[in-house]
Design a protein around this ligand. Structure first.
Ligand code: FE
Length: 211
């Protein structure tokens, strides 16, 4: 189905955090919205394949940290392109434990929510959460998904609700190298030897030339 109009919807860039039995887990989200003002509730959409999904269901609580334009790009690489099953994603970043769930300090701020309802779709769970605590850390411009794409040159991972096949296809031209981990495209004559992916941090051995 041609659905270009859906690409005109606006999104942010967020990190959702929760716990499994003993460990901090989390992932990147682009879909979050406020649903009601009193009580304050929000809805988020999390892919079934993300380990964080089942952890939110078990825990019944999650945090949502709102990234800003100056937030470290590595947050997106770590939280967006690895699994919490294998990695402690919070280890490399400043975080706080609020109401027993982790929040990211390098953000505009956070809300912590108790899950009050869920809706299953074919690929994603929509969690509706009631806000039990919130805080503003910084007044920087919140990062929009458009900023992530156009300024940071980030790509849409397959698990995102907004993924479309063209997202990869349109990048295929000459003299480009693509990060095999996150899809970041480097453009130039040669890939510098000490180059590191600005999104996920891997070295040039993880890049392949786009023919
Ligand atoms: Fe990468």
């Amino acid at each position: 189905m041609k659905n270009n109009i859906l690409q005109k919807l606006s999104y942010g860039v967020y990190i959702v955090g929760t716990m499994d039995d003993t460990r901090k887990v989390g992932c990147v989200l682009n879909s979050a919205m406020q649903i009601t003002a009193n009580p304050q509730t929000i809805a988020i959409s999390v892919n079934h394949d993300n380990y964080t999904n089942q952890c939110i269901k078990q825990n019944g609580r999650f945090s949502l940290s709102v990234l800003h334009e100056k937030s470290k790009k590595e947050l997106i690489g770590t939280f967006g392109y690895h699994s919490s099953k294998e990695t402690d994603k919070f280890m490399e970043f400043d975080y706080e434990m609020i109401q027993d769930v982790p929040v990211i300090c390098d953000s505009c701020g956070y809300v912590v929510c108790n899950v009050i309802s869920t809706l299953e779709t074919s690929t994603h769970t929509i969690f509706v959460g009631e806000v039990i605590e919130s805080k503003t850390y910084h007044d920087y411009q919140p990062m929009t998904y458009q900023y992530y794409h156009e300024v940071l040159k980030g790509k849409t991972p397959k698990n995102a609700p907004t993924y479309v096949e063209e997202d990869i296809k349109k990048e295929i031209t000459t003299n480009k190298w693509k990060c095999k981990v996150c899809g970041y495209i480097y453009e130039g004559d040669e890939l510098p030897k000490d180059f590191k992916c600005p999104i996920c941090g891997v070295g040039i051995e993880m890049f392949e030339k786009v023919e």
